[in-house]
Write a protein that binds this ligand. Structure first.
Ligand SMILES: [Zn+2]
Length: 271
C-alpha cells in the first residue's frame, strides 16, 4: 500500500493556505455597531436587552494609518506579512498573520488525525470557518448572527453527502444528535444565565455539535468538556492579567471541538 501521507499533508496545507487567505478579509470586515456605547454599563445593570442593540456590521477593511482600502490580493499570505500595507508598509495586524498560519497548521493536524479519508473534507471546512468566526469573536466579542447558521447548513450538507457516498448513513443521525444535544444544553444555560453566554454561542453550539457528533454523538460531550476547560484557562489567564473574566467563548468552543475530533480514537470506546 502506498503511503498517502505526503499527499494528505500537502492537500490539507494547500487547502488551509487558500482558505485562510480567502477568509482573512471577511473576518476583518466586521465592526461592532454600538449605538449608545453603553454595552458594559447595561450588562452590569441587566438592562442590555432593552436599551442597547449591539450588532456586527459589514464594513470595508482599511489600513489604520493611511486608510488604504485592502482587497483580497493585498492580504496574500507571506507577501503581506513581509510587505504590510501595500500603500504605506504598515505591518498587518497580528490576527492576519495569526489566522493565515493557524488555519493551514490546523488543517494538516486534522487531516492526519482523520487519516486523509473523505471524512476529512467537512472538517477542513470547519477549521477554515471556525477560525474565521473565532477571529471575529476575538476582535469584537460578537459573531454575526447568520454565520453559525450558515456553518451548520453548509457543514450538514457536506456531512450528508460524504456519509451517503461512503455508505454510512447512520453518521447523519449521530451528527443531528450531537448538534441538537449541544444546542439544547447551551440554550438552557442561556435561559438560566443569559449573561454567562451569548446567544451567538448557542447558535455556534448547533453547528459544532453537528460536526463533532458525526464521528460519534458521545464525542460531543467531550467537546463540551474540553471547550469548558479551555474557556476556564482563558478566563483565568485574563483574570490574572488584570483584564477581568469576560472573554470570547466562541474560540474556546471551536478549539474544544477540534481537539475532540483529533483525539477521537483515544476518547471513543474501541468498537
Ligand atoms: Zn497603509
Amino acid at each position: 500500500m502506498a503511503d498517502l501521507t505526503p499527499v494528505v499533508v500537502g492537500g490539507a496545507a494547500l487547502t488551509g493556505i487558500l482558505g485562510g487567505w480567502l477568509v482573512t478579509l471577511p473576518a476583518h470586515r466586521y465592526k461592532e455597531f454600538r449605538p449608545l456605547g453603553r454595552r458594559d454599563v447595561d450588562a452590569e445593570a441587566l438592562t442590555a436587552a432593552t436599551t442597547t442593540r449591539v450588532r456586527a456590521v459589514y464594513r470595508t477593511v482599511r489600513c489604520g494609518r493611511c486608510r488604504h482600502e485592502c482587497r483580497t490580493i493585498d492580504v496574500a499570505p507571506i507577501i503581506s506579512w513581509v510587505r504590510g500595507c501595500p500603500s504605506c508598509r504598515r505591518r498587518m495586524p497580528a490576527t492576519v498573520v495569526g489566522m493565515q498560519v493557524l488555519i493551514p497548521v490546523l488543517c494538516v493536524v486534522t487531516a492526519l488525525a482523520l487519516g486523509g479519508s473523505a471524512v476529512t473534507i467537512p472538517y477542513l471546512w470547519l477549521v477554515i470557518c471556525g477560525v474565521g468566526i473565532s477571529v471575529i469573536d476575538l476582535r469584537i466579542w460578537l459573531i454575526p448572527w447568520w454565520m453559525p447558521w450558515a456553518l451548520a447548513a453548509s457543514g450538514f450538507t457536506m456531512i450528508v453527502a460524504v456519509s451517503l457516498s461512503l455508505g454510512i448513513p447512520a453518521g447523519i443521525i449521530g451528527s443531528l444528535l450531537g448538534g441538537l444535544a449541544w444546542f439544547a444544553l447551551f440554550f438552557v444555560v442561556w435561559l438560566v444565565s443569559p449573561r454567562r453566554i451569548g446567544f451567538s454561542d448557542v447558535r455556534l453550539a448547533l453547528a459544532l455539535g453537528l460536526f463533532v457528533g458525526w464521528l460519534a454523538p458521545v464525542l460531543t460531550m467531550y467537546a463540551v468538556f474540553i471547550s469548558s476547560v479551555v474557556a476556564l484557562v482563558i478566563a483565568l489567564a485574563s483574570w490574572i492579567g488584570g483584564r477581568g473574566t469576560r472573554f470570547a467563548f466562541g474560540p474556546a468552543m471551536v478549539l474544544g471541538s477540534l481537539v475532540a475530533v483529533w483525539l477521537h480514537p483515544a476518547l471513543l470506546p474501541a468498537s
